[in-house]
Design a protein around this ligand. Sequence first.
Ligand SMILES: [Zn+2]
Length: 80
Amino acid sequence: MDAKKIIWVMPFDPSNHKPETEGQARRCGWHGTNEGIPCGEEPFASVKFRYSDFQPVYSACKRAVREISARYGFPIPPDH
Ligand SMILES: [Zn+2]
């Protein structure tokens, strides 16, 4: 069972992300940190998750947003 839930999805902004994260460095943290696959694509959205014990905000490239949307179901934010 997957315990993750999505709290919010916003257009990518480095200020949504904590220091020392890939989001702050304008890299895709969904593929990099979460899936362990370094990703060269630009972040498109910031996505906040709720786990049982912490609430990370991942930066997500367009491909990641589509994957997350397919897995968890949420509307993809419009291009900006
Ligand atoms: Zn990515």
